[in-house]
Ligand binder design. Structure first.
Ligand SMILES: *Cc1c(COP(=O)(O)O)cnc(C)c1O
Length: 442
């Protein structure tokens, strides 16, 4: 074996080793089952199948068609909808399908969430209102003019009244709900009516909450007024890194299809379509209990951190109704530091979280590199079989590292010990491979 290859291999092995001993709390991540990994490692990764199932531009697609049709059927079943396009290769690309379908290519107008309040870079304009370049996808790729929805900082949610006023005044072509910091369901029902008044389409970016929605928790956008929904398939939905677009409007199906292909995709990563089909089978079987526990764990971790002196946002609302919780850590600024500093300390102990901008950070002079918040998600630790008791153990690690300022190197050993009992992936059919195997399949 050439040294050139063994070097790459050994880095990948070290990465797996790190994760086997870690507490993975990144809200946008999850881990796939052995059966999903097997499908993703198939020959489909070498192939092309441009176009819609049964109307391909390529030959050799007989079995690819069978899998893609199955994947679409499973998605339609999981989300109770009539249209599922599983070709978008990621959540951002799924958003682009919605922009293509629902907005004009020049000077189109959209209302969405601003980034400091939880919106995603793919919802953002090319330039800020003060003319600074940020190169958000919606502005850079589709040329959209964006007006932000109103936000209620206390409740960490879209403010329905302020937003209704903005929608009526701005008259966008599309209103986009959904966010990356997403503690509570958005007021889709109320604001969809306002959007329709001004003739706007309603989109819902379910990148984070796709699994929660599919399993019947959180909210049900397609029945609350959303014309289409864009997904990432690898956050709360524990599939491969991919995307999808869903709709319940028969009259929009052709528009949505052509907004994906030929507009955006040539090869649509067929191995991930196969992996997604497996993940959907798993969630149709186990999602009801898995996602219930994801949310229970988020609430339990929030409560335990709060009891230990952390300022977890939205105590008055029970902290969260999703897989996420957000901590304002500015009370530690003079002892251990801000979000970036704390992220680093936790990582030294192999606890992996995200620093996160709080809605008021920019106003108070903090920067996204070292913001005032932390965002924590429970999708992955739940998939590893952890429950409410383990959430208390995790909160104790936070206390030792940040409040008692114990040596992260020492805590790292305790974290590895804690992880020993959680080495397989739960809520799936086949458990014969450990989580984070370097060689996922063979
Ligand atoms: C993560 C995220 C995306 C991007 O998803 P990818 O699948 O990584 O492209 C889009 N929108 C929101 C709100 C997100 O949080």
């Amino acid at each position: 074996m050439s040294k050139k290859i063994t070097e790459i291999r050994s880095i990948l092995q070290e990465h797996s080793q790190m994760l086997r001993n870690a507490v993975p709390l990144i809200a946008s991540e999850n881990v796939t089952s052995p059966a999903v990994d097997e499908a993703c490692a198939s020959d489909f990764s070498h192939r092309y199948a441009e176009g819609w199932v049964g109307q391909r531009v390529y030959a050799g697609c007989k079995y690819i068609d069978q899998i893609e049709r199955k994947c679409m059927d499973l998605a339609k079943k999981y989300y109770s909808c009539i249209h599922a396009d599983v070709r978008p290769v990621s959540g951002v690309m799924a958003n682009l399908v919605l922009y293509n379908a629902f907005t004009s290519e020049n000077n189109g107008k959209m209302c969405a969430m601003p980034i400091p309040k939880g919106g995603h870079i793919s919802h953002a304009p090319k330039y800020t209102s003060s003319g600074k370049p940020i190169f958000g996808t919606a502005g850079t790729v589709r040329g959209l003019d964006i007006k932000y929805l109103g936000f209620d900082e206390k409740n960490m949610n879209i403010d329905p009244e302020k937003s209704a006023k903005i929608i009526r005044e701005f008259e966008p072509e599309m209103v986009l709900f959904g966010a990356s910091v997403f503690l509570f369901p958005h007021p889709v029902k109320e604001l969809s009516d306002v959007a329709k008044e001004v003739g706007a389409y309603v989109g819902y970016d379910a990148a984070h909450v796709a699994g929660l929605i599919g399993s019947g928790y959180f909210q049900d956008p397609l029945r609350e007024g959303a014309d289409a929904m864009a997904l990432s398939t690898h956050k709360t939905l524990p599939g491969p890194q991919h995307g999808a677009v869903l709709s319940n409007r028969e009259d929009l199906v052709e528009l949505l299809k052509s907004s994906a292909f030929p507009a955006l995709f040539s090869n649509h990563h067929l191995h991930n379509v196969a992996g997604l089909a497996v993940a959907l089978e798993e969630m149709l079987e186990f999602g009801n209990i898995y996602h219930k526990r994801v949310i229970e764990n988020a609430k339990a971790l929030a409560e335990a951190l709060h009891e230990r002196g952390f300022n977890v946002l939205c105590e008055h609302l029970g902290f969260t109704e999703s897989h996420q919780l957000v901590i304002d850590i500015t009370n530690f600024e003079n002892s251990v530091g801000l979000g970036g500093d704390i992220e680093r300390i936790l990582e030294e102990a192999n606890i992996i979280i995200n620093r996160n901008l709080l809605p008021w950070d920019i106003r108070e002079g903090r920067h996204y590199m070292n913001p005032g918040g932390l965002r924590i998600g429970t999708s992955e630790v739940t998939r590893l079989g952890m429950g409410k008791g383990e959430m208390v153990d995790i909160a104790d690690f936070f206390k030792k590292l940040i409040i008692e300022q114990k040596d992260p190197k020492k805590i790292k050993k305790d974290v590895a010990d804690f992880r020993k009992r959680f080495q397989s992936i739960e809520y799936c059919f086949q458990k014969d491979t450990q989580a984070y195997e370097y060689l996922k399949f063979y």
